[in-house]
Design a protein. Structure first.
Length: 243
């Protein structure tokens, strides 16, 4: 069960963020959530595996990892399986999604503290590594920089941070082309065309995408060094940087 933050404070959210947060609090949507990411995100299992490997380059065998956007639990489960000595603090604004994470983790949930909230509700640490997967695209650029800077503030010097989210060219014409590819991949992965079309429209309308160049600059502006791209899959990009 997800622990409730003593402050129960959720930062004011843009309309677009609230649109998706509302869906993550819908029991029916949460129940079928695990079907979605693998249909929309090429190589998701590989992304989780690479995330653990990148963190393990700097984190000790008994490391403590901060996971922002932990709802759903898939990356928590993957890292817990691969790194049996790690413990986790997972933060997410949607309590039902944290409950799902605990369920997905099974017995390994005992190694995780799950907190309802935003980065401001996360303990100060310091942590041995941090992740934020499929999440930062919900934040506008200013809030993205602030959030990433707060993650860095909670890390031990030199610790790794892994981020991956939607990131593709935003110029007129190019944006629509990449959104069409995003939808086409989901359909060929078994997604219902009508539901995929609704998803594409929701992303087009409500998600504050940046270009890969802008996203990499966010990490550098927030204070991370040695930033490198390690993952690129259609409309998705991933980076590692160091506190």
């Amino acid at each position: 069960m997800a622990a409730r933050s003593p402050r129960q404070r959720i930062m004011p959210m843009a309309e677009g963020v609230q649109h998706f947060l509302d869906s993550f609090k819908d029991p029916a949507a949460v129940a079928r959530y695990s079907e979605g990411p693998r249909r929309f995100v090429p190589g998701l299992d590989g992304l989780h595996r690479m995330t653990g490997l990148l963190l393990a380059e700097r984190a000790p065998a008994d490391g403590h990892i901060l996971v922002l956007g932990a709802g759903g639990g898939s990356e928590l489960k993957a890292m817990a399986d691969a790194h049996p000595g790690w413990r986790f603090t997972g933060v997410d604004p949607a309590a039902p999604m944290l409950d799902l994470a605990a369920k997905i983790m099974g017995p390994d949930a005992a190694r995780a503290e799950l907190i309802e909230g935003t980065i401001d509700d996360a303990p100060i640490g310091p942590f041995d590594g941090a992740t934020c997967l499929l999440t930062l695209h919900f934040l506008d650029r200013a809030e993205r920089i602030r959030t990433v800077a707060e993650i860095r503030r909670r890390l031990k010097p030199g610790a790794a941070f892994v981020a991956a989210h939607g990131s593709f060219p935003q110029e007129a014409g190019a944006r629509d082309r990449w959104l069409d590819r995003y939808a086409a991949y989901a359909i060929t992965s078994g997604g219902d065309p009508e539901q995929v079309a609704k998803g594409r429209q929701a992303v087009a309308t409500h998600v504050a995408m940046l270009s890969p160049e802008e996203d990499e600059a966010v990490l550098r502006t927030a204070g991370f060094t040695g930033v490198e791209s390690f993952y690129a899959a259609f409309t998705w990009r991933g980076w590692v940087g160091y506190a």
